[in-house]
Design a protein around this ligand. Structure first.
Ligand SMILES: *[C@@H]1O[C@H](CO)[C@@H](O)[C@H](O)[C@H]1NC(C)=O
Ligand SMILES: *[C@@H]1O[C@H](CO)[C@@H](O)[C@H](O)[C@H]1NC(C)=O
Ligand SMILES: *[C@@H]1O[C@H](CO)[C@@H](O)[C@H](O)[C@H]1NC(C)=O
Ligand SMILES: *[C@@H]1O[C@H](CO)[C@@H](O)[C@H](O)[C@H]1NC(C)=O
Ligand SMILES: [Zn+2]
Length: 483
């Protein structure tokens, strides 16, 4: 997940009592009921097991890396085990951003080791510092307004630290995306960003940033607060040199080294596409999707191995049914979601003559915990009412049947399709740890504890939740495709 989530989105909950309507024809309902039953089979841990095998073998799937290619080959080999599926790849040009050696050291002269090594992660797309690095004082700010108030006089020649506490990804993400660009305007030589999370165990969180001429990196919440306290004590001591320990309160000063390199259009790598062809209208398409690329830390189990493999798992469940859906159900594992959306843009361009044949596009890219439902973007009120009834009537036993209306594309990869006017949905789950309704602004706090960190490993995910997600997504796809 990269994009800003649902800021200012419109949340409408529709409760339609529809016990009296039999909306699905019996033949469709039978298939949907079987998919729901598959979701209850406690012995089936295949979605988790397969994702574990692939990620154990190849590690992360950073776009343009060799691991991305090997993982994609693993899927293309795996898909041969299933009958009734047609799989192919569609290449797109991708840039390769390599972080290489990087570090932040904080000068604390009272410690035995005066250069304290801080865990950090350079932000994707950042320029490097060169091997010599840069050394400068750090000026903490909690907002862009504060940056502007301090202005060139205070900022020029220094490194800006954005230390805002976690509110939501949308609110805090602006400092990661635009922090360096804005700081540069006031003559800053670098930017540090407090990692975007409400809960930290000294884990830095990376993520992409908008182009800027100065380097930028994420540090942990703990170190962001340490630097802020040092700065505040230093300012106090400057105003009043008589306070106790004033001479010990040095200005926070760091050495930032980033050998990051960006290789434009380094290689061509695929979106992975897998179809179960429809029996009556094979040219009409319902998409289930997640992105296949990940960051270069952890293994991208949660972001977005879970979304990609629950989509794929859904298709495998559908392949076990006694008959095919009327329309084609297409799984897409998108490339390059985490930085430049070349996968989404490439698909849109390559399929521009058949966009009108796309009936629905779903993506799962905000965690796969207990199924909750879909965030629907559609101007069609009939469709909203219909899906609300579908979800409530056919999915309550495994969850995933709630429907909420949003007025912005719910996920990055389906964004072009949603914007084109294809009804689309983000598949969302009850948040890990907080179990909050996902349509509240901070409803994804548990997800963001792991997002873009070394800790995004298989242990974040639960095999039974993944199976239920796959079954719920399969049921949605089948209901829509069989209409
Ligand atoms: C701030 O400093 C930058 C870099 O030194 C300079 O380009 C810019 O014009 C300055 N802006 C203001 C408002 O002084
Ligand atoms: C890289 O690829 C993109 C998209 O495929 C293209 O628009 C761009 O012109 C290419 N850039 C270079 C430097 O080749
Ligand atoms: C709205 O959705 C309904 C139900 O799927 C469909 O029958 C109808 O054609 C749609 N209307 C438009 C304008 O797309
Ligand atoms: C809707 O979400 C709630 C949890 O917020 C869950 O208990 C319920 O089963 C869901 N409903 C459906 C129809 O999936
Ligand atoms: Zn993602």
């Amino acid at each position: 997940m990269r994009g800003i989530l649902l800021t200012g989105a419109l949340f409408l909950q529709y409760y339609v009592s529809a016990a009296y309507i039999e909306l699905l024809k019996e033949d469709t309902l039978n298939m949907v009921e079987q998919l729901v039953e598959f979701g209850k089979d406690e012995k089936d841990t295949s979605v988790w097991d397969e994702l574990a095998e692939m990620t154990d073998l190849y590690g992360n799937r950073m776009t343009a890396s060799v691991q991305y290619s090997r993982s994609a080959e693993w899927v293309m080999k795996n898909v041969k085990k299933y009958t009734g599926m047609t799989a192919w790849t569609e290449d797109v040009n991708v840039d390769y951003w390599k972080r290489n050696e990087e570090s932040v050291h904080l000068y604390v002269p009272t410690r035995e080791n005066q250069m304290v090594n801080l865990p950090m992660l350079g932000l994707g797309q950042s320029v490097g510092t060169g091997p010599e690095g840069i050394e400068a004082n750090v000026i903490p700010v909690s907002s862009f307004d504060e940056l502007q108030t301090l202005g060139n006089k205070t900022i020029a020649g220094n490194i800006v630290l954005y230390n805002a506490d976690f509110v939501s990804y949308g609110e805090n993400g602006q400092y990661r995306f635009n922090g360096a660009f804005n700081a540069e305007k006031y003559g800053a030589v670098g930017a540090l960003v407090q990692s975007i999370t409400g809960y930290s165990l000294m884990t830095p969180h990376t993520g992409t940033m908008n182009p800027a001429g100065i380097p930028a990196a994420a540090i942990t919440v703990e170190d962001s607060k340490l630097i802020t306290r040092m700065y505040n004590r230093h300012m106090k001591a400057k105003q009043n040199p008589d306070i106790e320990n004033a001479e010990l309160f040095v200005a926070p000063r760091v050495k930032l080294v980033m050998n990051a390199q960006n290789y434009v259009n380094h290689t061509q790598q695929p979106n992975i596409i897998i179809d179960i062809k429809g029996s009556e209208k094979p040219d009409e398409i319902v998409i289930l999707s997640g992105h296949f690329d990940s960051w270069d830390v952890g293994v991208g189990a949660m972001d977005d191995g879970g979304g990609a493999f629950c989509s794929y798992g859904a298709l495998k469940l559908i392949s076990r049914l006694p008959r095919k859906p009327k329309r084609t159900i297409r799984v897409i594992m998108w490339n390059n979601e985490e930085s430049l959306s070349r996968g989404a843009d490439g698909y849109f361009a390559a399929h521009k003559n058949e966009l009108d044949k796309h009936i629905f596009a779903m993506e799962s890219d905000i965690g796969n915990f207990e199924p909750w439902g879909i965030e629907l973007m559609s101007k069609n009120a009939t469709l909203l009412n219909l899906y609300t009834v579908f979800g409530n009537q056919y999915l309550p036993t495994i969850g995933g049947g709630n429907v909420t209306l949003v007025d912005e594309p719910p996920n990055v990869d389906i964004d072009p399709l949603c914007a084109y006017g294809i009804p689309c949905g983000g598949f969302v789950t009850l948040d890990k740890y907080t179990f909050k309704n996902p349509s509240t602004p901070a409803g994804f706090e548990g997800y963001f504890r792991f997002h873009h960190t070394e800790a995004d490993r298989m242990e974040v995910l639960d095999p039974h939740q993944l199976r239920r997600n796959a079954a719920a997504m399969a049921a949605w796809a089948f209901m829509i495709a069989d209409q």
